[in-house]
Design a protein around this ligand. Structure first.
Ligand code: TYD
Ligand code: MG
Length: 458
């Protein structure tokens, strides 16, 4: 019997040391190294872990890549188009998918709904480590989900889970959540980096060996990272985050890593009293405008994570009642607003020093990039001059400090989305305009080069 051995593990990145030290050499974090007692010898554990990602190839043979047999196993649809898209077209058998998110984001709800939908055609096993069987059953009953064929167990031991899965032979196994799981033989508390890493590695290896697709639920820590962040992300095939924006009704599912598809996909869901509903056309929700638009309102197309999203931007410019005019912006950067006001003054001669300026993005969307500069200036001028902009017009583009208008990424995708939503005119940076084209479908393009041209347009 091997002697239990103490090692020192960084709780941030999982790097291992033979003795304690104040700073982790791997990630630079201070005071993050903890002592961990291992029952199994380290060499054996490392071997297990290194098999984690590619356990299928453990037979020690070298082959030509061209001769490798590819099993044609079709992907499983989850029953939710938005979820399938984020996964790259459905669940790949034998893959490990990590679903991260804040507590209350709806991870358990999403997976319970998915598992119930899947159970009609596929054997599934749901392991709940956080909630009791009764709680899960109550929720399923409240959401009116088909539960007859859903197999479920309350369990927190990885060894038991693998044994249960061996018996049940499901096609899809859900483990909710990885932070409460423990592996026998690892002497640290559930949720500690070592436990999380060993649990995930054991399940990954299990998935590869048996062809069972495994979903792991992972909570996000206070700092916004998954516990044992790098550790978990590198061993799973696909990592998606479910997050709530400023508008708590909507949840976005975003892919951060995908070995079987593109990462440029997000799915949008609405959280209702009857659980999560997918939203097939998010632009239509965020861009729900009245028939007549008032001065100061303009639509824009933002690049939300990795797909175009149409939103409405509103500006209000009003004579300041006090000596110190206010600049306030909700959903965009207030500092950037001050900068744009200076550019407008310096390069287009429009002075707003005695005016309050308020900006709001409708629907609680938060715009991070710089592509809202052009629509912001246009909406601002529209409010200042009290001239409404046409409802069917949209704009995007970045404005530089010298008053020039700079191109933004994925111009063509944004224009295609605008065209799809029935817009007729798009004011865009000249460098984003396709060559020899003044039109995309029914969308008329107005390329602009500097801020003065925007003033002339309004
Ligand atoms: P849950 O799936 O338990 O979150 P997680 O597993 O990510 O921690 O979701 C809990 C939240 O969702 C909770 O704040 C209540 C809300 N919710 C609804 O609004 N409607 C519903 O039908 C359900 C099931 C949950
Ligand atoms: Mg939960």
């Amino acid at each position: 019997m091997a002697k239990a051995k103490a090692i020192f593990v960084c709780t941030q990145c999982g790097a291992e040391y033979t003795r304690w030290q104040g700073q982790c050499k791997a990630c630079g974090e201070w005071n993050s190294i903890e002592e961990v007692h291992m029952a199994r010898p380290v060499a054996e554990r490392s071997a297990v872990r290194s098999l984690g990602g590619f356990a299928g190839a453990a037979d020690g043979k070298v082959e030509n890549l061209a001769n490798v047999q590819i099993a044609q196993t079709p992907r499983l649809g989850t029953g939710y188009g938005e979820f399938d898209r984020v996964l790259g077209g459905g669940i790949v058998p034998g893959s490990v998918v990590l679903i991260g998110g804040n507590p209350g984001a709806g991870k358990s709800t999403l997976l319970l709904q998915t598992v119930c939908k899947l159970s009609a055609t596929t054997p599934v096993l749901y392991i709940t480590g956080e909630e009791s069987l009764e709680q899960v059953a109550l929720r399923a009953q409240r959401l009116v989900l088909p539960t007859e064929r859903v197999r479920i167990a309350a369990e927190t031991s990885i060894d038991n889970i693998m044994r249960l899965a061996q018996q049940e032979r499901p096609a899809v196994l859900v483990v909710d959540s990885i932070q409460v799981m423990h592996v026998e033989g690892v002497d640290s508390a559930p949720g500690a980096v070592t436990q999380v890493r060993e649990s995930a590695a054991a399940l990954t290896q299990f998935a590869k060996r048996t062809g069972i697709a495994v979903f792991l639920v992972g909570h996000v820590t206070k700092e916004g990272s998954l516990a044992g962040p790098k550790v978990l992300e590198h061993c799973v095939d696909c990592s998606v985050i479910l997050e709530a924006g400023t508008d708590m009704r909507f949840r976005t599912l975003r892919c951060h890593k995908n070995r079987f598809g593109a990462v440029n996909e997000i799915g949008v869901f609405a959280m209702t009293d009857k659980g999560l509903h997918e939203i097939k056309n998010p632009s239509a929700i965020f861009l729900n405008r009245q028939e007549t638009v008032a001065p100061g309102s303009l639509a824009t197309c933002v690049w939300e994570g990795t797909r175009p999203l149409l939103v409405e931007l509103q500006c209000l410019v009003d004579i300041s009642q006090y000596g110190n005019p206010r600049r306030l912006s909700l959903g965009t950067d207030t500092n950037r607003l001050s900068m744009l006001l200076s550019v407008l003054h310096r390069h287009a001669g429009i002075q707003l020093a005695d005016q309050d300026v308020f900006v709001n993005v409708v629907g609680g969307v938060k715009i991070d990039g710089t592509s809202s500069d052009v629509p912001l200036i246009l909406a601002l001028l529209s409010s200042f001059n009290e001239r409404p902009l046409p409802r069917t017009t949209l704009a995007f583009g970045e404005i530089g400090l010298t008053g020039e208008i700079r191109p933004v990424q994925s111009g063509l995708e944004r224009l295609n989305e605008a065209e799809k939503q029935g817009f007729q005119t798009a004011i865009i940076p000249a460098d984003n305009a396709p060559r020899n084209k003044s039109q995309i479908g029914n969308l008329h393009l107005v390329p602009v080069k500097n801020i003065q041209e925007l003033v002339d347009l309004v």
